[in-house]
Write a protein that binds this ligand. Structure first.
Ligand code: GLU
Length: 451
């Protein structure tokens, strides 16, 4: 219960008791409660009506069986989840994750984070998250399609453009969204485009949605750097991951004059002193769906691949670190190594990628630290723009969409920055994001009564 106000400790104890073994969920709640001590000291009304307890309890949790037949005619069984966390600000909104590590605790932590993240965007969206322990790696398109259809056969009854609007996350991209939306449309006999975001343009998808999380994180870090009178120009950057978030982070950082010298996947990382070649990375990851070691093989010329047993991408000296892979990927040891090498800013492209130990090390060293629920909110913000386009049967240009994204990210940065100042912790974006996100959700809940 380290660092948590006395009045809030029983709330965390109850969350741990009720959600036994769900360590990532406990971690996410712990971090938010740590920030709320200052809020309840200033506004004791938030302890009334058990608002904080209610925010920690999902409104609805759906767990279901997903049976499907693989290419060899074998029946496979996966487990599906949708946690509808909070709908005070709008329909549940959040991605679906397909990864073997998925369990109810992971989906709950993601849904909890999503609730505050979505509130920070200022858009009318509540928080939710879903997924399955299905592993798309090595599966054929036909297998992925049958799996998505089976999942949607169950999940469709819980969705709707005014109810719950899924999107992508790890393991879920355009292909999977297409299959899920296709099955939803078939089962409901409705062309309800706004029920999914991250769709292809042909089905009402938004331009710039694919790029949005990586671009948004880059805008957020740029805004943090500007508070110190600097920017990306000439900075060396390390990015973890090599999916959508990483790829479009690399693209935007390069356009701002920074040089991304390293990126990774779960097998290891590559270091390219000339700057990562984006076309080659896209070809390997998006088209061929291969491992990052291929990058070193194809590029040759002094580019190294180092396997995860032999090192960490965070040992590569850099000015800015942008973790864009998965939760708890950046440990205390990694943070020490980054600080020793002079890192000045960290922007979290993934959800909760830094461990609590790592965050403390960054904070103590005075590193600018943009937490995921603020820094990676560009993806879901652009999803809300997609919903807006669907509702008005419109389709915006790339420039129009990106300029809204840029405005929203600037707004999120500023509200986190100002809130941290207002609550006596200038420069603490974790505190700023947690408090600003919480207040928006809690105020909306309070005025709706006890529901
Ligand atoms: N999965 C993304 C996130 O973590 C996007 C969610 C969405 O667009 O609904 O925010």
């Amino acid at each position: 219960m380290n660092g948590i106000d006395e009045k809030l400790q029983p709330i965390l104890a109850e969350v741990i008791r009720r959600n036994a073994g769900e360590t990532e969920f406990h971690q996410a709640v712990h971090e938010v409660l740590e920030s709320l001590g200052r809020v309840v000291a200033k506004h004791p009304q938030f302890l009334d009506q058990a608002l904080i307890e209610r925010i920690c309890e999902p409104e609805r949790q759906i767990i279901f069986r997903i049976p499907w037949v693989d290419d060899n005619g074998q029946v496979q069984i996966n487990r599906g989840f949708r946690v509808q966390f909070n709908s005070a600000l709008g329909p549940y909104k959040g991605g679906m994750r397909f990864h073997p590590s998925v369990n109810v605790g992971i989906i709950k932590f993601l849904g909890f984070e999503q609730t505050f993240k979505n509130a920070l965007t200022g858009m009318p969206i509540g928080g939710g998250k879903g997924g399955s322990d299905f592993d798309p790696k090595g599966r054929t398109d036909a297998e992925v399609m049958r799996f998505c259809q089976s999942l949607m056969t169950e999940l469709h009854r819980h969705l709707g453009e005014q109810t719950d609007v899924p999107a992508g996350d790890i393991g879920v991209g355009g292909r999977e969204i297409g299959f899920m939306f296709g099955q939803f449309k078939r089962l409901t006999n409705r062309y309800e485009a706004g029920v999914f975001t991250g769709k292809a343009l042909a089905h009402g998808g938004s331009r710039a949605r694919t790029e949005a999380t990586g671009y948004g994180n880059t805008y957020f870090v740029q805004a943090m750097l500007q508070t110190k009178g600097t920017d990306f120009e000439g900075k060396k950057v390390a990015v973890s991951g090599s999916g959508n978030v990483a790829i479009y982070t690399i693209e935007k950082v390069s356009s701002f004059g920074g040089k991304v010298v390293a990126c990774s996947d779960s097998s290891g990382f590559v270091v390219d002193r000339d700057g990562i070649d984006l076309d080659l990375l896209k070809e390997i990851k998006d088209v061929r769906r291969e491992r990052i070691s291929e990058y070193a093989k194809l590029k040759g010329n002094g580019v190294h691949f180092i396997s995860s047993e032999n090192g960490s991408v965070w040992d590569v000296p850099c000015d800015v670190a942008m973790p864009s892979a998965t939760q708890n990927e950046l440990s205390g040891k990694d943070a020490l190594s980054l600080v020793k090498n002079g890192v000045m800013a960290v922007g979290e492209g993934a959800n909760m990628p830094s461990t609590p130990e790592a965050i403390k090390i960054f904070k103590d060293a005075g590193v600018l630290f943009g937490p995921g629920k603020a820094a990676n909110a560009g993806g879901v913000a652009t999803s809300a723009l997609e919903m807006q386009q669907n509702a008005s049967r419109d389709s915006w240009t790339f420039e129009q969409t990106e300029s809204r994204l840029c405005e929203i990210m600037r707004g999120i940065h500023d509200v986190c920055h100002q809130t941290a100042e207002e609550y006596g912790a200038p420069g603490d974006y974790v505190l700023g994001a947690n408090i600003a996100g919480f207040i928006r959700v809690a105020e909306a809940m309070r005025t709706l009564g006890v529901i």
